[in-house]
Write a protein that binds this ligand. Structure first.
Ligand code: ADP
Ligand code: MG
Length: 287
């Protein structure tokens, strides 16, 4: 549900699935100079396929089941994807004390054992070492009671309109496009390279994303603005820190819709350039 504070009729934007929370955000959007994107669910689909399962001391099926159980209560795109990949019913009674570790993974007690599932950073935090793994995607390590069990490799795809979305911003005169992600360097740089983004920062925790946006805000000229586009999962603080925060409404959480100034109902990154032209046209008419 979208709060009533979103003004429906602005410049025909709402007809195109672009909901704006008040007229002054159109003004800010019209002068966007730096556009910063979150990766997962914003430029990529947020739907991960399992490409490999590398168990250390159990079967592939057991490793996937354990990961799916540990992730079962979470709404993160990775959690949803692992549940989908497992495909079978998961008994919630086997899971307790579940906890989200933003930008790193999850921790939950499964059948009495503490399971951690997440990235390199999470393993470092809990002092568990892993074997070098081949990186053709995002790695989800799994550990039980501090013992390494293996890893699952998952991969996401860029949205079909993501590349043209970045090109359209360039042709509108947006000076800089940036991607921020908590994902691994290899994955982030691959996506950014393929989409033609000017800058990419990887392995960021939510607080690190805020720091990057604060640094980028200093590069904005007095008559410009910085827009941040995210899905609200692990990026709600940045959505509110930007001059204008734009959330993907379909995948996005209620928290995202709350924190955002503009919501895109159909999750298409190409709608950003579209929204900027509507904003510029609307202001030209008003003036
Ligand atoms: P992004 O910055 O690309 O939007 P997130 O901030 O949501 O991604 O997550 C950053 C990284 O943290 C992911 O790439 C993944 O390695 C890890 N991570 C986050 N949530 C989970 C989870 N539920 N399960 C496993 N890993 C996770
Ligand atoms: Mg995110």
């Amino acid at each position: 549900s979208v709060p009533l504070s979103f003004f429906g009729g602005i410049g025909g934007a709402s007809r195109d699935g672009i909901l704006v929370k008040g007229g002054n955000y159109l003004e800010v959007l019209a002068k966007a100079e730096i556009v910063v994107f979150d990766k997962t669910g914003t430029l990529t689909q947020g739907v991960f396929n399992v490409t490999a399962i590398h168990p250390d001391d159990c079967s592939e099926g057991q490793l996937l089941e354990l990961a799916a159980l540990a992730e079962s209560w979470s709404d993160h795109p990775i959690s949803r994807s692992l549940k989908e990949a497992y495909g079978k019913e998961l008994d919630p009674a086997r899971v307790s004390e579940a906890e989200e570790l933003s930008g790193r993974g999850v921790r939950a007690v499964v059948d009495g054992r503490t399971i951690c599932a997440g990235n390199d950073k999470l393993m470092e935090d809990i002092g568990v070492s892993w074997h070098p793994c081949h990186r053709v995607g995002t790695t989800v390590h799994v550990a039980a009671d501090g013992v390494y069990l293996g890893h699952i490799v998952i991969s996401d795809q860029v949205k079909p309109d993501a590349k043209e979305a970045i090109a359209a911003l360039k042709s509108q005169g947006v000076r800089k496009t940036v991607m921020l992600t908590g994902d691994a360097r290899e994955v982030g740089e691959d996506v950014a390279g393929r989409l033609g983004l000017d800058e990419v920062h990887t392995q960021l925790l939510p607080a690190g994303k805020v720091e990057q946006v604060e640094a980028l805000l200093k590069q904005v000229s007095p008559k410009g603005a910085l827009a941040f586009v995210g899905d609200g999962i692990n990026d709600a603080p940045v959505l509110s820190r930007a001059d204008v925060g734009i959330a993907m409404g379909g995948l996005g959480s209620d928290a995202a819709i709350e924190a955002a100034d503009i919501v895109l109902m159909d999750d298409k990154p190409s709608k950003i350039a579209h929204a900027i032209s509507i904003a510029r046209r609307t202001l030209a008419i008003v003036r």
